[in-house]
Design a binder for this molecule. Structure first.
Ligand SMILES: *Cc1c(COP(=O)(O)O)cnc(C)c1O
Length: 366
């Protein structure tokens, strides 16, 4: 964080708009919507809360089926369960690591034949890269499947020049501490439909009826972001482009310094857009590289360098055992070989070179 962030928080304090509503909250929503190119936005306490509300306002009911990308963080799938709906997991495409449109087509065709089309799709944009939205949207439009986009990891990415998260009925973003910009914790729901966003805001503030007294006709939640954190969000929004540039630079530097190592492959960037390169993800083929990704992770750990495995697919999670899934081998391989290297926007070159030195040593390239 920078002094400008503290100044915004300080200004919010000084104005005494502490919580929960306030001018920074309204401004953050407007500025965020303008930045990503959505008509409306509502700020909430987390990306998970945003997804919960998004699924709720798009009408997901207990017993509904909701398709979800299998290779993702658990917060993409849990809100499906919060609503008593059933997730169905679909495998990744090897080129984008995101949902495979061909598998989706096959699956929807099969379901159309028996007259059982799932209600919605949680479309995840992973590690700063957009999924291939166009064919997915065409399929969902044809079969009447609602798209809710989980763009928690993809703020700053583009898909044919537009922001992933703005193509579906609703999209959600996260400002958790690990994301590209942060309010320490927070999230945003966006949509072009004012009614949906209004409904989400209503549910996020305990669903209080429009009466002078406290009357409630629906179950609500306490999901609103505070004005203080919204002030932080406003200043963070101003550094988003610089952070995307820094992350892309970091990625390029790793690529350059680890070029030509057999069995080490970087997450590809799809031709349809720009990845924010939120995390630097690599695949390590144990046979060709000479060591598996876990041994590399441990070697880095021995040098006090933290690296992490790629998300464990949802269909492999004990939590989601027994759920229907379409394919899964690609996500399993990405999990089996994937490693996320230190990727922070402020990673000094000196540290990056230390990481590179360990990885090169592991590959026998001292
Ligand atoms: C971080 C993340 C979320 C959840 O966001 P929080 O703000 O941490 O609740 C959801 N989906 C994905 C893919 C994420 O990476």
């Amino acid at each position: 964080m920078e002094p400008a962030d503290m100044a915004m928080v300080q200004a919010a304090f000084t104005s005494n708009w502490i919580a929960p509503s306030g001018p920074d909250l309204d401004a953050f929503e407007k500025e965020f919507a303008a930045k990503v190119g959505a008509r409306h936005a509502t700020a909430v306490s987390s990306g998970t809360a945003a997804l919960h509300l998004a699924l709720k306002v798009t009408g997901i009911q207990p017993g509904d089926e909701v398709i979800c990308s299998t290779l993702t963080f658990v917060a993409s799938a849990n809100p499906i369960r919060y609503l008593g709906a059933t997730p169905i997991f679909i495998d990744s495409d090897r080129e984008t690591w995101n949902l495979n449109p061909a598998l989706l087509a096959e699956f929807l065709e099969k379901r159309a034949r028996i007259g059982r089309i799932p209600r919605a799709l949680v479309l995840v944009h992973l590690y700063g890269q957009s999924a291939d939205i166009k064919p997915i949207k065409e399929l969902c439009d044809r079969y009447g499947v609602i798209i809710v986009e989980d763009a928690a990891e993809a703020l700053g990415a583009t898909y044919h020049g537009k922001t992933p998260g703005t193509f579906g009925r609703c999209g959600i973003f996260s400002f958790n501490g690990n994301k590209i910009i942060t309010t320490s914790g927070g999230g945003m729901l966006v949509s072009d439909d004012p009614i949906l966003v209004q409904q989400a805001k209503f549910l996020a503030t305990q669903a209080r009826d429009h009466e002078e007294y406290y009357q409630h006709s629906q179950i609500g939640y306490n999901y609103r972001l505070s004005n203080i954190l919204a002030a932080l969000g406003r200043s963070q929004l101003r550094v988003l482009d610089a952070r995307v540039a820094a992350r892309r630079e970091t990625f390029a530097r790793y690529q350059e310094l680890l070029d030509g190592i057999d069995g080490l492959e970087f997450m590809p960037e799809a031709s349809f857009g720009r990845s924010s390169r939120w995390l630097v993800c690599v695949l390590i083929d144990p046979v060709r590289f000479g060591m598996n990704h876990e041994s590399v992770r441990l070697a880095l750990g021995a040098e006090n360098i933290e690296a992490r495995s790629v998300w464990k697919p949802m269909h492999m999670q004990p939590l989601y055992e027994g759920c229907e899934r379409i394919g899964g081998a690609v996500a399993e391989q990405l999990f089996d070989q994937g490693l996320c290297l230190p990727s922070g926007s402020n990673l000094p070159m000196y540290d990056l070179e230390r990481v590179v030195a360990v990885v090169r040593r592991c590959a026998g390239r001292v």
